[in-house]
Design a protein around this ligand. Structure first.
Ligand code: T46
Length: 322
């Protein structure tokens, strides 16, 4: 599997931050500037005890972007050729790009930190190198184009083009709102790996989840008593996760309403298209992570409840085979 499609050096990535009175929102999506791969896997690390060192490892072929969704931690990188670099990550709008073949140790976790990782491959145990001597031997075997981290500036070799916006179905007779139902939404318990040095939960583009991940966005610094959401989507499928703290999500299909309290970092609320959602009751310091199958497109939103009601009622039976 080729590794050279990726930028060769680790570097920080500035992630868009959209502030408003309801808190901050940042997003990472396929094709965005500074995102040199399509997201295949996401995972997040939480409940890390103070002073816990997560063991080091390297990945043969996988590139990653690591973002501190909450708190702070350090990532120490080693390219196997004498190049070492330590990054302190403490801003949710600043991620660290890590190319393949970097030995990395994540440590110095502040209490209640959440490390969010987007990876270029789905999980493959064979891609992992967990012995530093094996890593050094493989790095030495690699050809000279494997440059040292501390000797080079990042050079973006990404040649991908931004993806076209997803098509929006605005035909009121066939729009998904006509058949959408809160019964098509559900809680999904994602795999949870519990260790003495913290917990890890994975959502990746495989059959375990009902959608493909193309964008991740997260909402943080939400002031108490703030409500967010208040819209539906024509196309977008979402998985909403409380990776820190808790909040309520109310789903409305125009006929039925259902409220979920999200407060487990391993439990995702799957929200089908055509469902009006509002979020409120955010606990202090909470972080809402949303994985979605579309890149951002404002025309995918229905932001007016009157318009939503017109689209969503009367309900027609859903004849799709799902
Ligand atoms: C949802 C709930 C749970 C972007 O530029 N890119 C993005 O990926 C997103 C999600 C938003 N934005 C912009 C659009 C607005 O100017 O960020 C601003 C705030 O977005 P919005 O008012 O839609 O934020 P919320 O919290 O009300 O809704 C968000 C999502 O937009 C929505 O899809 O389901 O979270």
């Amino acid at each position: 599997m080729p590794t050279k499609a990726y930028t060769d050096t680790s570097h920080l990535i500035e992630i868009p931050r959209i502030p408003d009175a309801r808190g901050n929102l940042s997003f990472v999506q396929n094709g965005a500037t500074g995102v040199p791969f399509d997201i295949a896997r996401t995972y997040w690390i939480y409940d890390v005890p103070a002073d816990a060192d997560r063991h080091g490892r390297a990945l043969h072929h996988t590139a990653e972007i690591i973002v501190p969704l909450a708190g702070a931690f350090d990532v120490a990188l080693d390219d196997g050729h004498g190049g070492t670099r330590r990054y302190h990550l403490d801003r949710p709008y600043r991620g660290l790009y890590v190319p393949p073949m970097r030995w990395r140790v994540i440590d110095n976790f502040a209490t209640n930190s959440v490390a969010f990782v987007m990876a270029s491959t789905i999980y493959d145990a064979g891609d992992y190198i967990s012995d530093y001597r094996d890593f050094k031997a493989e790095a030495a075997d690699n050809t000279a184009d494997n440059t040292a981290d501390n000797a080079h500036q990042a050079s973006d070799t990404d040649s991908r083009q931004p993806q076209p916006a997803d098509a929006i179905h605005a035909d009121t007779a066939t729009d998904v709102h006509k058949t959408s139902s809160v019964n098509g939404c559900r809680l999904i318990d994602l795999p949870r790996h519990i260790h003495a040095h913290g917990s890890l939960t994975v959502a990746q583009n495989d059959a375990a989840i009902p959608m493909e991940i193309r964008r991740a966005f997260y909402i943080y610094d939400v002031p108490a008593d703030t409500a967010r959401g208040g819209h539906s989507h024509h196309n977008s499928r979402q998985m909403i996760i409380a990776v820190g703290g808790s909040f309520d999500v109310t789903l409305d299909d125009g006929v039925q309403r259902r409220t979920y309290t999200l407060n487990r970092p391993y439990r995702a609320l799957y929200v089908a298209p055509g469902i009006w959602r509002t979020m409120d009751n955010f606990s202090s310091g909470s972080v809402c992570l949303v994985l979605t199958d579309t890149t951002y497109n404002e025309s995918d939103y229905v932001r007016d409840y009157g318009e939503f009601t017109k689209l969503a009622t009367p309900k027609q039976p859903d004849t799709r085979h799902i």
